[in-house]
Design a protein around this ligand. Structure first.
Ligand code: ATP
Ligand code: MG
Length: 145
């Protein structure tokens, strides 16, 4: 089991001025922030990140949303990181998310749901490397990817 996951505070989370509250929820749940930055995704970069959804009807809207403003990707570490983080953020649709989860608290809709969390250990490693180079992870946090 890996202890890493990638979070992204999505553009609606930034617009709602929720960076602080969301990171507080994450750290209070026991996750350690290993690397963080603010970036504006290009269409190509967002398409690469969400390639698994490229045949879906909502794909174009997803790219428009994810490129509508800056994002804050965060590399996180905790035992059982992937599953515990998915639990902390709640279901994709905030209407179905459990009370106290980040999406239940802050998200407006299934499409605009303020936060991303990796869905497997394998994808966590791929997604962390989408935003952070091996060299910066080594320099910042001693990560050997
Ligand atoms: P994420 O991968 O962002 O953590 P998730 O794993 O909960 O979210 P996915 O099924 O991977 O959900 O969908 C990726 C993103 O695409 C969702 O977070 C949401 O922003 C958008 N999305 C998913 N399903 C729909 C839908 N039916 N209509 C509109 N947007 C959707
Ligand atoms: Mg997903």
């Amino acid at each position: 089991m890996s202890n890493r996951t990638l979070a992204i505070i999505k553009p609606d989370g930034i617009r709602k001025n929720l960076i602080g509250q969301i990171i507080t929820k994450i750290t209070e749940a026991g996750f350690k922030v290993k690397a963080v930055k603010m970036v504006k995704l290009t269409k190509d970069s967002a398409a690469g990140f969400y390639e698994v959804h490229k045949e879906r009807a909502f794909f174009k809207d997803l790219l428009d949303y994810m490129t509508s403003g800056p994002c804050v990707p965060i590399a996180l570490e905790k035992e059982n990181a992937v599953a515990d983080f998915r639990k902390l953020i709640g279901a994709t649709d905030p209407a179905e998310a459990e009370d106290g989860t980040i999406r239940k608290l802050y998200a407006a809709s299934k499409a605009e749901n303020v936060i991303h969390g990796s869905d497997s250990d394998e994808n966590a490693a791929i997604e962390i490397l989408h935003f952070f180079s091996r060299k910066e992870l080594l320099d910042i946090s001693g990560y050997q990817f």
